[in-house]
Ligand binder design. Structure first.
Ligand code: PMP
Ligand code: GLN
Length: 379
């Protein structure tokens, strides 16, 4: 058949994890922890399964989990969404992003995103018949040029997709960035999709700047998060989105036919976890900061130049002192010959991105990080 996505291949995460496996390399490419999530969460899942909680969950998610998310949002961002109409549980953040884009983007609409951008946004926009307008952020700071942003707006602009803390750049927006965004779009009917899956893995001064903390922006925004990151369980695929009742209603129209609902026992276990340990997320910055700093320290004698990391569990490394290869070729070489798999950055960009940068995941046991650093220091 004629493809609706003719230029799209297999995701870089699948490709690099497969290559890592093939060469038995240490896999710092695809972002997932090589350690397990909380035992309590697993116990609760088993318990709910044993109690027969094995039928469909409500379409929007189980009430106690939506309530816990509403309360967490109030505690963190100073505003409590209505659990009934403004919080929706999805099959990972991936589903929330796809549902939001499908619900909002009409054929011919323009969507602005910031490159390098996470790879699931563009195909969703394309399938909806939208046109992506991509702003490439430049090193070293990868800051948004708000004047350039304003020039990109048109009568057809429908949606802005942002991601903070940012995968793959490991940068984080500040409250001022949210204000700049609001100033630029306030007069237009433009919506915001804010991918905040790393909201709890933020090391920036002032903490994570959520779109939900901005009183005006949040009325136009869909904020997306994921329990995969928060509880070290990427395979559970439970995420959620928070948005005004009107926007949530549109997202739910898609969600009800995309997945209808999300697996029941995992939702119940997560609700128990949030009730028993409502501030688990407070431990995450220190936990990942220690890993980041250990890894950075271990790489101090390497020829990699490590860029600042304000959030996520990824580090960017400049390898220009080691190789002239482009980043895709270098990541292949690194996996095959140095035994460490990483992610190239150019694959997240529409325009050429000629910088010699790779992404290394540090959501790994200390022993894994030490072993990877030892190999990288030999280059
Ligand atoms: N957005 C970003 C920026 C991500 O890094 C990821 C996954 N690592 C997702 C969305 C998808 O999250 P999930 O696994 O919950 O679908
Ligand atoms: N989001 C993860 C990463 O950035 C990968 C998720 C996936 O494999 N689709 O590495």
């Amino acid at each position: 058949p004629e493809s609706k996505l003719p230029t799209l291949g297999t995701t870089i995460f699948t490709q690099m994890s497969a290559l890592a496996q093939q060469h038995q390399a240490i896999n710092l490419s695809q972002g997932f922890p090589d350690f397990d999530g909380p035992g309590y969460l697993k116990e609760r899942l088993n318990w709910h399964v044993s109690q027969g909680a094995n039928q469909y969950a409500p379409m929007t998610g189980i009430a106690p989990l939506r309530q816990a998310i509403a309360e967490k949002t109030a505690q963190l961002y100073g505003w409590q969404p209505d659990a009934e109409s403004e919080v929706t549980i999805t099959a990972g953040a991936t589903e929330a992003l796809f549902a939001a884009i499908s619900a909002l983007v009409r054929p011919g609409d323009e969507v602005i995103c910031f490159d390098p951008s996470y790879d699931s946004y563009a195909p969703a926009v394309q399938l909806s018949g939208g046109e992506l307008k991509r702003i490439t952020l430049q090193p070293p700071a990868f800051k948004v040029d708000w004047q350039r942003f304003a020039k990109l707006l048109s009568a057809r602009t429908r949606l802005v997709i942002l991601n903070t803390p940012h995968n793959p750049l490991a940068t984080a927006w500040h409250a001022e960035d949210m204000q700049q965004l609001w100033a630029a779009i306030a007069e237009h009917e433009i919506y915001v999709l804010s991918d905040e899956v790393y909201e709890h893995i933020c090391f920036a001064k002032g903490g994570h700047a959520s779109v939900l903390a901005h009183p005006q922006l949040r009325q136009r925004a869909i904020a997306v998060s994921s329990f995969g990151k928060t509880f070290h369980m990427t395979g559970w695929k439970v995420g959620y989105c928070v948005a005004s009742a009107a926007l949530s209603a549109e997202v739910r129209k898609v969600h009800q036919y995309l997945t209808f609902s999300v697996n029941t026992p995992a939702q119940l276990a997560l609700a128990d976890m949030l009730r028993a340990n409502p501030t688990h997320w407070q431990q995450l910055p220190a936990f990942y900061l220690a890993k980041r700093d250990r890894f950075v320290q271990a790489l101090a004698n390497s020829r990699l130049k490590i860029l600042p990391c304000a959030g996520t569990y990824f580090l960017l490394a400049d390898y220009s002192a080691i190789s002239d290869l482009d980043d895709v070729a270098f990541c292949r070489w690194l996996t095959e010959h140095a035994g460490v798999a990483a992610i190239p950055l150019s694959v997240f960009c529409a325009e050429p991105f000629p910088h010699k940068l790779i992404r290394l995941c540090f959501a790994k046991q200390d022993a894994t990080l030490d072993a990877a650093a030892e190999r990288l220091c030999q280059l």
